[in-house]
Design a protein around this ligand. Structure first.
Ligand SMILES: *Cc1c(COP(=O)(O)O)cnc(C)c1O
Length: 352
């Protein structure tokens, strides 16, 4: 039987929605890949796994929450949904709304959306409104619109998003037969770290796992409000998916960190881009820059002997690299050769 999607698979853990309202693209069921080459290269004393969320239908983990949020919106008779987005939420909302026959409005920062995310939102037929401001401003505006007008907010402030996203923690436990010792992920608006912690907590309460992991969250140096302890007016980072100055789920992130005995810390853009290249060139996994922040953070902690010998670490790779082709082209170290269309010229370019 093929993977049914996160709602059908984990319905016992999710809010009740009747079958005819479920909107799914069979999201979830994503690969959990062991990073043997990085383990060897960095002499890691532990097992490192990558949860490849770029394998979701629109290329990011946002689909897990969106299937539940849009199904719920459909069940409650919503005619339109709205979100603020750095790109992936927009693409996901647009796809699920299209499938549900609901109108989608997406509010994005002008000129700051990676090409693949904008292309997705456009082809799925969303109404795209670019604002001359950043994500935080967009979120402020959509919150007000959703309060005053008959449109349903599908940002992660919508609790159904968090509900759907927690299923990634279930999948990891189901695959490993237990919780990992550590779970690392990038932190932007902080919905995902909140959702994972909820998911691990529920499996723990149901005695499906004997313990919960230590949660490790990573923000980009130029966009690290939680680490700094105050909101930022002008967050800056190459990792646009986590370029957020005032995270909506700030408290959820702190709770995950405190209750698990974990930490939230920073990685630089240079470290993010290095991990981004390493994942592609040594593991064959092309994620987007924001996703690489988790791996960058784990490699940094490993250098300080943070992990012990028997640990299992899972990093969530939140989105697919093809979302952001421009960053890939500029970060790739491999030169391309242009030569005459002749055998000898090609052989010479090959260095043979
Ligand atoms: C949304 C997103 C994030 C950040 O997740 P939050 O829940 O906002 O912390 C990280 N990476 C990618 C690729 C994303 O799309």
């Amino acid at each position: 039987m093929s993977w049914p999607g996160v709602y059908p698979r984990y319905r016992d853990y999710l809010p009740p929605i009747s079958d005819e309202h479920i909107v799914t693209l069979q999201e979830g069921g994503t690969p959990l890949v062991r990073a043997h080459n990085l383990e060897r290269r960095f002499n890691l004393p532990c097992a490192l796994y990558l949860k490849c969320e770029g394998a979701n239908p629109t290329g990011s983990f946002k689909d897990r929450g969106m299937t539940v949020a849009i199904s719920q919106a459909k069940q409650s008779g919503a005619q339109a949904v709205i979100c603020a987005s750095t790109g992936n939420t927009a693409a996901s909302a647009a796809a699920y709304a299209a499938r549900a026959g609901i109108k989608a409005f997406v509010i994005v920062p002008e000129g700051q959306i990676a090409l693949g995310k904008l292309a997705g939102s456009m082809i799925y037929g969303a109404h795209i409104i670019q604002i001359q401001g950043n994500f935080d401003k967009a979120l402020e505006i959509v919150r007000q619109i959703a309060e005053k007008y008959p449109v349903t907010l599908v940002n992660s402030l919508n609790p159904h998003r968090i509900e759907g996203q927690k299923t990634a923690a279930f999948e990891i436990c189901d695959a490993l037969g237990q919780a990992p010792d550590y779970h690392a992920l990038p932190v932007g608006n902080a919905g995902n770290i909140t959702a994972y912690w909820k998911g691990y907590g529920e499996y723990f309460a149901q005695k499906k796992i004997a313990k919960r992991p230590v949660m490790l969250g990573f923000q980009a140096e130029g966009a690290a409000p939680i680490v700094l302890g105050h909101p930022l007016e002008h967050p800056k980072t190459v990792a646009t998916a986590i370029k957020i100055g005032n995270p909506a789920s700030w408290q959820g992130a702190l709770r995950a960190c405190d209750e698990s005995g974990g930490l939230i810390t920073t990685v630089s853009d240079a470290e993010i881009l290095e991990a981004y290249r390493l994942l592609a060139q040594h593991e064959g996994i092309f994620c987007e820059p924001a996703s690489a922040a988790a791996v960058a953070g784990v490699l940094k902690l490993a250098q300080h002997n943070y992990f012990n010998r028997t640990s299992t670490i899972v990093c969530t790779l939140t989105g697919h690299g093809l979302k952001d082709p421009e960053n890939a082209l500029s970060a790739a170290s491999t030169p391309t050769h242009i030569v005459r269309a002749e055998l000898h010229a090609v052989v010479r370019a090959m260095g043979l």
